[in-house]
Design a protein around this ligand. Structure first.
Ligand SMILES: CC(C)(COP(=O)(O)OP(=O)(O)OC[C@H]1O[C@@H](n2cnc3c(N)ncnc32)[C@H](O)[C@@H]1OP(=O)(O)O)[C@@H](O)C(=O)NCCC(=O)NCCS
Length: 243
């Protein structure tokens, strides 16, 4: 069992694993993709288009994959993906090359979506993770402004409960330990115990706590926000709406 940084070639198989893993998850599955039962083959397009763009948000955005090896140690196929983001008090911009590639991928996605629309999705909901950001970003302030944030985690359901998920989580904890910062995650419904077992020991609230009716996730189950503070006493953490 090995993990390594994702390459461009991993993006397509990883998006298919994400589609399987998140099909019936309340936010990415049910909320964003209400038509997924009619068009199950379209779901991966959401993740494909997301990963294509995110792949170029380096150096603070890191995609890791887990894989199975054959008896000779040669990699057979990938089994899961984690997308870790180093959140900082002062963000480091991607290079000019990467910024250009991000724009190119966004344009490519836009044009491709005419030929291959994601019919499983409700178009008004595909940007929900960006829409909900203002209601939760106060948690990443003060001493928690610096952390490794687990933005996406999935393991192929056919390979579940074999330790891949924990291994992909450990990657971020190892980076955080080296940099003396914490880790953070927003949990899907039913995965809270998994994350706590992996070391996220502080529950600070829910993604839907703030914003009332304006928060698009207000009726979506899940969204527990967890931190691991790496022994750093939390100080200067803002409340919602405080500048
Ligand atoms: C969550 C997920 C990544 C776990 O991956 P996994 O490879 O099955 O997890 P592991 O085998 O590494 O499990 C690690 C530990 O957590 C436990 N665990 C796994 N899933 C769990 C769950 N849903 N609830 C409670 N404990 C769980 C395991 O039993 C194991 O405990 P142990 O080390 O004491 O034996 C995987 O189930 C998944 O991709 N789910 C769908 C997508 C998703 O919800 N991702 C998270 C979004 S925030």
């Amino acid at each position: 069992m090995a993990i390594r940084e994702a390459t461009w070639a991993d993006i397509l198989p990883a998006s298919k694993i994400l589609a399987k893993a998140f099909k019936d998850e309340p936010a990415f599955g049910e909320y964003i993709h209400p038509y997924r039962d009619q068009y199950p083959e379209d779901l991966y397009l959401f993740f494909l288009r997301y990963l294509r763009v995110e792949y170029y948000r380096r150096p603070d955005h890191v995609m890791i994959v887990s894989s199975t090896d054959d008896e000779s140690g040669k990699e057979e196929r990938i089994t899961g993906l984690a997308y870790w983001i180093r959140k900082r008090a002062v963000e480091i911009k991607p290079s000019l090359y990467n910024r250009t590639m991000i724009q190119a991928m966004e344009s490519y996605n836009y044009v491709e979506s005419f030929a291959y629309p994601n019919r499983a999705a409700e178009p008004s909901r595909v940007n929900v993770m960006e829409q909900v950001e203002p209601f939760q970003k106060h948690h990443w302030s003060g001493t928690r402004a610096e952390s490794w944030y687990l933005a996406i985690l999935c393991v192929d359901p056919a390979c579940g409960k074999r330790g891949y998920g924990r291994q992909l989580v450990n990657y971020g904890f190892d980076r955080a330990k080296k940099e003396s910062v914490g880790c953070s995650v927003i949990s899907a419904e039913g995965k809270e115990d998994f994350y706590q077992a992996c070391g996220f020991d502080v529950h600070v609230g829910m993604a839907k706590d703030a914003g009332g009716d304006e928060n698009p996730l207000k009726d979506v189950p899940g969204g527990s926000i967890f931190f691991w503070d790496n022994g750093i006493k939390p100080e200067g953490i803002k409340s919602y709406g405080k500048a």
